[in-house]
Design a binder for this molecule. Sequence first.
Ligand SMILES: [Zn+2]
Length: 296
Amino acid sequence: MIQRIFLVLLGLLVLASTSAATVEVVAVSPSMGALVREVAGARADLTVLAGPNRNLHTLQVRPTMMRVLRGADLVVAIGAELEVGWLPVAIRSAANPKILPGTNGYFEAAAQVRLLDVGGAANRAMGDVHPVGNPHVNMDPVRMAAVARALAGRLALIDPAGASRYRGGAEGFAAKVDRRVRSWRSKLSGVPGVVLYHRDAIYLLDRFGVPLLGTIEPIPGVPPTGRQISALTAKLKGGRGIVIYTPYQSPKAPKSLATNLGWRVVELPMEPPRGSDGDGYLGHIGRWVNTIASAK
Ligand SMILES: [Zn+2]
């Protein structure tokens, strides 16, 4: 009898542990958070460190970050040195051995996919903030599907009981990406192209063969000069296109270039809203697609 009661209690415990969140995950940004939601669902207790309108190149470490990192089982970063100015410091200060780079508890999206802008002419000394390649892989939905699969594998190492949930979540997201990419491809065929402030949306442009007509910054991370804007005006005058910048970039130079050229200038975020899931992320990419297609 006592043995039977013990077994029932054990069964209840197992049930409780499979239904509640089992992994504490900290994602650097809403796009990484969206992947965690798709892949892990309720198995992850998720904290997103930065809102959608923050520049991840220049985020500041806050005490609240260290608090959540202290209790984390997994950190999901974008990587390729995007967060080099703050995340390593925050992780060291959190003194949580589970999330140190090189362990299963530290995951970088950029390390899972082929990077663009690798081995360019510019370098750190010239102020280039992309010295190891372009880190902004979250703007390519196809790379994000690959990242979701890799994330599922990593989560399964930390929480083997959830392996099939993670694999299913990643495959579900990849299928959604596939469907959207087909319609986006036809929408974007034949668009004249885009001027960006920073080389932050190049993965999206590259995926769909959209021409990058120029950047407001001469080198990633180096502010524009009047000379740069005059040179762009001379190069692009008489052509068609659209100028896009993000909320944390100064609108002054993008607006003056757009005025010179008679083009539309649009502010778009680099990240979906905080709290987004996979659909929220794809909605964010859809906004970019529609804006770029409007220049046709
Ligand atoms: Zn950048």
